[in-house]
Write a protein that binds this ligand. Structure first.
Ligand code: SF4
Length: 221
């Protein structure tokens, strides 16, 4: 990296590569309302995600919360692409503050710090937390991955039944939450993470629901 740059040029390059994960220093941004559920996505333990600091895909050893991207694209939700301005610049998260493309020491240190989890933002006494726990117990990413692997090794009826069941349960809990709290789809990605059927293509399976049942098909290698 060239050392000729010594201050942020507001070129927007780092914001276009992807949004930051949230750290403990960012908790106040959520509590004060700068960040709302609809701005956040939970990436759950076991998910494969592109890590834009390490520039590689990694499997998460524990969950993390990240700002969302723009719909179907990689830039951060808060980047105004016409001006390269950050819409929450004075309240931007810790990783954004630490990011200096001419000197990576700050971002490496911040990145290594504790990342926020849902339990840091949602009360353990709340009904919402109970739903999250039920979802984690019955629809874990790890279980999904194991049944996908079973199905890919040998397309057995048992794997098909289990995969259909776990996807159905995920959907049922989301519908329940929506009915009970009026939570919109945008907030759901923070509360319960991405729907399990959306994780399947990354695991090499396509799913369709036709004639009253799920049909799975291997894709890729
Ligand atoms: S919060 Fe602002 S500074 Fe951080 S990545 Fe998004 S647009 Fe860029």
């Amino acid at each position: 990296m060239s050392n000729s740059i010594q201050e942020c040029q507001r070129c927007g390059t780092c914001c276009r590569k992807g949004p930051p994960a949230l750290h403990i220093q960012d908790k106040e941004l959520y509590l004060s309302g700068v960040l709302d559920k609809m701005h956040l996505i939970t990436l759950r333990k076991g998910e494969y995600v592109f890590d834009n600091i390490q520039n590689r895909i990694e499997q998460l050893p524990e969950e993390m919360i990240r700002l969302k991207t723009r719909e179907g694209a990689s830039p951060c939700l808060f980047l105004d692409e016409s001006t390269n301005n950050c819409n929450i610049y004075s309240d931007r998260p810790a990783e954004c503050r630490a990011m200096k493309c001419w000197d990576t020491e700050g971002i490496i240190n911040t990145y290594a710090g504790y990342r926020l989890k849902r339990k840091d933002l949602i009360s353990a006494d709340s009904a919402l937390w109970e739903i999250i726990l039920e979802h984690e117990n019955s629809c874990s990413v790890q279980d999904l991955q194991e049944w996908v692997q079973e199905f890919k090794n040998e397309e057995r009826e048992e794997a098909l039944t289990q995969l259909s069941g776990i996807i159905d349960t995920d959907l049922r809990i989301r519908n329940f939450l929506q009915e009970r709290t009026g939570a919109d789809t945008a907030s759901m990605e923070f509360v319960l993470g991405r729907p399990l059927d959306k994780l399947l293509p990354g695991l090499g399976l396509r799913v369709e629901f036709t004639e009253g049942k799920y049909r799975f098909q291997k894709i890729g290698v």
